[in-house]
Design a protein around this ligand. Sequence first.
Ligand SMILES: Nc1ncnc2c1ncn2[C@@H]1O[C@H](COP(=O)(O)OP(=O)(O)O)[C@@H](O)[C@H]1O
Ligand SMILES: [Mg+2]
Length: 254
Amino acid sequence: MLEIKNLNFSYNKKMLLGNININIESQTFIGILGPNESGKSTLLKLMLKNLTPTNGEIILFNKNIKDFQLKEFAKICGFVPQNSELKTPLKVIDVLLMSKYIHLKNSFNTYSKKDILEIQELAQMIKIDELLHRDILSLSGGEFQKILLARALLKQPKILFLDEPTSALDLNHAIEILSFCENLIQEQKITIIAVLHDLNLASLFCNKLLFLKKGEIRYFGNTKKLLKKEIYNLNCKIIYENSKPYILALKETK
Ligand SMILES: Nc1ncnc2c1ncn2[C@@H]1O[C@H](COP(=O)(O)OP(=O)(O)O)[C@@H](O)[C@H]1O
Ligand SMILES: [Mg+2]
């Protein structure tokens, strides 16, 4: 479904990603892991056409993403960014309605009752219904993260890209949100590509893991195998529960 071939990417002649080759099957939950600054967000931005590869190509549904019209591409891909640029005091519901803009027949059409209903239904499901009339700038980090997810889901994307979607959520909320996304894989036949920092959440949810280090893929495959290896140079113990590996970080002993 999504294939990256011989991709390299440099900023100002500094190579940030090199020799990236992966093939992602549809209806999978892919986790991208790696130390800070290893190029995870850059890789997502390339897959989202926000950046252009220096070399190589990204093929989505048998078509190079550079050949997609922007509107067509925006309908297929939903994105929850790591940092959002939203600085305008808008009502949450208005921010969510914006995601319906790409579905309007022309820019003079207005949003329908169906759009509002859809937002209310989704809001109930991910428990943001009480936030719909709040000023977006007044939300907590966790509440804001849920709004960004709702905004991405309202486009009914085929692929959902998440950049550290649970970094501002406590463990309960993180599991609730990732479970909700996971269910969409079957229900709406979507594929999820998520940058995650929590190795245990990655183990719980991801079918496959991609491990980046210094702009290169060090591993792409089965979750269990990666979490067996030495991860992040971490002093840790690996515990198995229901045959899934969980990482118990230990203090450095000298
Ligand atoms: N616009 C930019 N110009 C120059 N360097 C950048 C830019 N954006 C990111 N970088 C650098 O690219 C590297 C990888 O960044 P990023 O993909 O955000 O890493 P990660 O998400 O894995 O933490 C970092 O060293 C970062 O400073
Ligand atoms: Mg990042």
